[in-house]
Design a protein around this ligand. Structure first.
Ligand code: SIN
Length: 205
């Protein structure tokens, strides 16, 4: 008779775990969780910001009408405990583990099964909550922490979602404010001088 340790353990990723899982997995499936939406409402003082100068990273907001798309990883069975230990450490800035229903939408392989995820609830001390797009962009441009700049976090998340063909307007709109501007085309002959005097393409944090 199989015991619970034989059951597959899946982890749903919707933020940095999409492009940098940092653990061994044996399977990966694209899909979504219902009742949640991805929001840049969590403060980060340990990865993309500093104490007193938090960056903004994603968490999930409970919104019954919505769904959050991402990827679920099946953890390598022999390493489940150590993976979760490392992830608990990585996500210690306000996130807690929850079990949700993952809806797989990976071509012919459809189905629904339980998955873990990390969510930062509004009652955690690092929570920032909603702000206007312009305010969030300014805060992201100014923030950096041990894992890198906050701008890099937003742009990597946007690139990972785009690669998965996941459209998330909340992420895309913020990324559009942070992306390096396309170089303006100047007439032949003026190009060198225009480039020399170009403004820095984005604020360094
Ligand atoms: C996740 O990626 O699923 C959790 C949030 C984060 O680390 O950005």
């Amino acid at each position: 008779m199989p015991d619970s340790s034989d059951l597959p353990v899946w982890l749903f990723a919707y933020g940095s775990l999409l492009w940098r899982p940092g653990f061994e997995y044996v399977d990966r499936a694209r899909g979504y969780v219902t009742g949640w939406s991805r929001r840049f409402w969590q403060g980060s003082t340990d990865h993309r910001g500093l104490p007193g100068a938090p960056g903004r990273v994603v968490t999930l907001s409970c919104e019954p009408e919505l769904a959050c798309w991402g990827v679920a990883y099946r953890l390598a069975p022999s390493a489940v405990e150590s993976i979760l230990e490392r992830l608990d450490h990585r996500e210690q800035g306000g996130y807690e583990r929850h079990v949700v229903d993952f809806q797989c939408a990976d071509g012919p392989r459809c189905g629904r099964w339980p998955a873990l995820l990390y969510v930062a609830r509004p009652d955690n001390p690092e929570y920032l909550g909603p702000a206007s797009l312009a305010e969030m962009a300014l805060q992201v441009q100014r923030s950096a922490g041990p894992s890198g700049t906050n701008v890099e976090y937003v742009l990597k998340l946007h690139a990972a979602l785009t690669a998965l063909e996941i459209v998330d307007p909340h992420v895309a709109e913020l990324a559009a404010l942070l992306e390096p501007a396309a170089p303006a085309s100047a007439p032949e002959g003026q190009r060198a001088s225009a480039d020399e005097h170009a403004e820095p393409r984005r604020a360094a944090s």
